[in-house]
Design a protein around this ligand. Structure first.
Ligand code: GLA
Length: 514
């Protein structure tokens, strides 16, 4: 009895303490919510943002790497990443644990105002526990993309600021511009389409992508194929929903919707797994297995920026292509730094399994026409995927003529398996060669310098390229692949004047002519 009363008393005390604790967890200081803890900003049209807030008095700031500071004053929260016009800001009237909020970002042309919700979340949601990865094994080849895939992707031009109508417009333009005829097939929806999961855990499109199946049907009706984007992490890079812990389900959803291509981007998986070969391969194999299980032919595009020498194991995890570098940007510096650094790994590409030095920037406005011709020629010499990243609906004739140049595309799509090689380099001039089918050879004379350059090579130097069989050959007829004309040549040497940052691309009509 005594004991019972005592335990009753202690229960009452414990409850009182608990109430007190939970009301402080409910976190009222005076009448104000204490913002300390994890919060999620979500809106129907943008990705998620997780904020780890710390409040001291009225001062509120983010702990960790996102430097936002501000105040909670008279129930109004204001946070900013700085004081200049480019600061990211959050504003909300704080009411309990979930309330409307506005975020303004100035992310170049992609910035904007997002009205959404700020909601308290658990630290487990922000830092989910690591789930087991499969034992590593070699997945069978899915038989797709025997030549490098060709298509269009939304990211380079639009980032996540695009919608269903934009994608449909791009499919229309792919056909009407002649791109489809030139070989471009895949319309790829990059980051920005997903919102979250429904009550059954199924991934859903956001307000800008209300019906992902209908979109796929539309793209298919144009005779094209369609691609989608996700991540082995809980969120893709800009915060939209990823596939973590839902790999099989999402692969099946993508297959059910009719998608033909998945770009799978490491992003927040980096906060859960290690960036080691084993973890990377395991995480990519997990989705590779999930795709295989759907039995739908889905091109699998690995995007982890070349970590863990992906070109050595990407094919084993089911990958059809794998990014070999960080992100390209629409500038000469970025493009040429990436493009010319690919030669050492060129022999890792093989039919169905391609090195991907990132998508094309041709037509986005940051480079000259000569630079874009270099970009396109170099990607073709590398046998890189040709994924256009410009607005196909409004491209100029010049852009179109670059992207649809059939003779350069033929180099990219040639079936001969020998890799590109550096024939010679002198200062900023580089001559690249690649054997083609039927003993023909593609030769690119690249001028990486700022002034016009005379670039030459000796015909007999082509024997340096393994097994090219050019010993003693003189004066073959060559074709200029940008001028679209045959050029008769004489003598032991071929010489061209190449504009600054430009290229002369030629192809021998027959490699064995003597
Ligand atoms: C990464 C990828 C890009 C693009 C963005 C989207 O940076 O490398 O190609 O998909 O994510 O956030």
């Amino acid at each position: 009895m005594k004991i019972t009363r005592l335990s009753l008393l202690s229960t009452i005390i414990a409850c009182a303490l608990l109430l007190c604790a939970s009301s402080s967890a409910l976190a009222q200081t005076g009448s104000q919510t204490d913002m300390t803890g994890y919060w999620k900003f979500s809106s129907p049209t943008s990705g998620l943002d997780y904020l780890q807030l710390k409040q001291t008095g009225e001062a509120v700031s983010t702990a960790g790497r996102r430097p936002l500071t501000g105040t909670l004053h008279a129930g109004k929260l204001h946070l900013a990443s700085g004081t200049d016009a480019n600061a990211t800001t959050y504003d909300a009237v704080v009411k309990g644990e979930k309330f409307p909020a506005t975020r303004i970002t100035h992310d170049g042309p992609w910035g904007g105002t997002d009205t959404g919700t700020l909601e308290r979340v658990t630290s487990e949601e922000v830092h989910p526990a690591r789930l087991p990865l499969p034992d590593l094994r070699d997945l069978p080849d899915n038989g797709l993309v025997r030549t490098p895939p060709m298509g269009w992707n939304s990211w380079n031009k639009f980032h996540d600021r695009f919608d269903d109508a934009t994608v449909r417009g791009m499919a229309d333009a792919m056909v009407s511009s002649g791109m489809a005829k030139a070989g471009y097939t895949y319309i790829i929806v990059d980051e920005g389409w997903s919102s979250g999961r429904d009550a059954n855990g199924k991934i859903t499109g956001n307000a800008r992508f209300p019906d992902m199946k209908a979109l796929a049907d539309y793209v298919h009706s144009k005779g094209l194929k369609i691609g989608i984007y996700s991540s082995p992490g809980p969120q893709v890079c800009g915060g939209y929903q990823g596939s973590y812990g839902h790999e099989e389900e999402d692969a099946q959803t993508f297959a059910d919707w009719g998608y033909d291509y998945l770009k799978y981007d490491w992003c927040s998986a980096g906060g859960i797994y290690q960036s080691t070969w084993a973890d990377l391969e395991g995480a990519y194999q997990k989705m590779g297995e999930a795709l295989e299980k759907t039995r739908r032919p889905i091109v699998y595009s690995l995007c982890e920026y070349g970590a863990g020498d992906v070109w050595k194991w990407g094919a084993k995890s089911g990958g059809n292509l794998w990014r070999t570098t960080g992100d390209i940007s629409d500038s000469w510096q970025s493009m040429q730094r990436i493009g010319f650094a690919q030669l050492d790994i060129a022999n890792n590409a093989q039919a169905g399994h391609w090195n991907d030095p990132d998508m094309l920037e041709v037509g986005n406005g940051g480079m000259t026409a000569d630079e874009y011709r270099t970009h396109f020629s170099l990607w073709a010499m590398l046998r890189a995927p040709l994924i256009a990243g410009n607005d196909l609906r409004t491209m100029t004739d010049e852009t179109k003529s670059i992207l649809t140049n059939p003779e350069i595309i033929a180099i990219d799509q040639d079936l001969e398996a020998k890799p590109v090689q550096l024939l010679s380099q002198e200062g900023t001039s580089e001559v690249l060669v690649r054997p083609l089918t039927g003993s023909a050879v593609a030769i690119g004379l690249f001028n990486r310098g700022d002034k016009p350059a005379e670039i030459s090579f000796r015909w007999d130097s082509l024997h340096l390229g393994q097994g090219l069989g050019f010993g003693g050959m003189r004066g073959p007829t060559v074709r200029d692949l940008w001028k679209h004309e045959d050029i008769p040549t004489t003598g032991d040497t071929f010489t061209a004047t190449v504009p600054p940052h430009g290229v002369v691309m030629i192809q021998t009509t027959s490699g064995r002519r003597r």
